[in-house]
Design a protein around this ligand. Structure first.
Ligand SMILES: C[S@@+](CC[C@H](N)C(=O)[O-])C[C@H]1O[C@@H](n2cnc3c(N)ncnc32)[C@H](O)[C@@H]1O
Length: 204
């Protein structure tokens, strides 16, 4: 097993545009669901098993994890699961066509706690606008995090965008994860009894 780095700075110059990003298009009528920052893709593996007709794509900036997930998917016989090496902050326009994605999941984005590192946080008006471009009308954006400050920032960005409406009421967190799938970090938080803040918005 190669050594896998704990954190990667998404603003490092060689990650600002990844050269061989593929264009990912589902078959006609096939729903496309995408987890941004999927790591080991536990959440997507659950989804791919439960939704065999959907295409499940993970976007991940740690290349070693991408290769491991694709091997794992093959081993499990999940032909509808794929992880791609890409930087969600810059590569999404090349990965996904307009109005092509049914659901985006942003599960536990890296917190970058130190104030001088806040600029590395991925959620902001730029990402929110790019996800609106790629989402189908009525498509969903689900965010979960155990960092309240991050959850509030994401909610403020979504509430101030004309492209989204909350599926659970304005300025309101969702009570539960509605997807029957769990990410690795989500399982750990639940075992530790840590609170999880969940947001569910729809493309208007
Ligand atoms: C805290 S982990 C959460 C992993 C998983 N979603 C979960 O809930 O268990 C955040 C993941 O996002 C990835 N990541 C961070 N910035 C990224 C970026 N700009 N583009 C793609 N992936 C990124 C990290 O490498 C890491 O695997």
């Amino acid at each position: 097993m190669p050594r896998i780095r704990q954190h990667v700075n998404p603003l490092k110059s060689d990650l600002l545009e990844i050269a061989d990003v593929p264009r990912l298009a589902p078959r006609p009528g096939q729903p496309l669901e995408v987890e941004l920052g999927c790591a080991e893709a536990h959440f997507l593996i659950d989804r791919a098993s439960a939704e065999p007709h959907a295409l499940l794509v993970g976007v991940e900036i740690r290349r070693e994890l991408v290769e491991a997930v694709n091997l794992d998917g093959e081993r499990r016989g999940l032909g509808n699961l794929r992880s791609v090496f890409a930087n969600m902050s810059v590569d999404l326009p090349r990965l996904f066509g307009e109005a092509s994605v049914r659901r985006f999941f942003l599960n536990f984005p890296d917190p970058w706690f130190k104030s001088r590192q806040h600029k590395r946080r991925v959620i902001g008006p730029g990402l929110i606008a790019e996800l609106a471009r790629a989402l189908e009308p009525g498509g969903e954006l689900y965010v979960m995090t155990d960092i309240f400050e991050l959850a509030l920032d994401a909610m403020a960005a979504l509430e101030s965008s004309p492209h989204y409406e909350s599926a659970v009421g304005p300025w309101t967190f969702a009570r539960a994860n509605p997807y029957g799938a769990k990410s690795r970090r989500e399982r750990r938080c639940e075992q530790e009894g840590a609170p999880i803040w969940r947001l569910l918005y729809r493309r208007v």
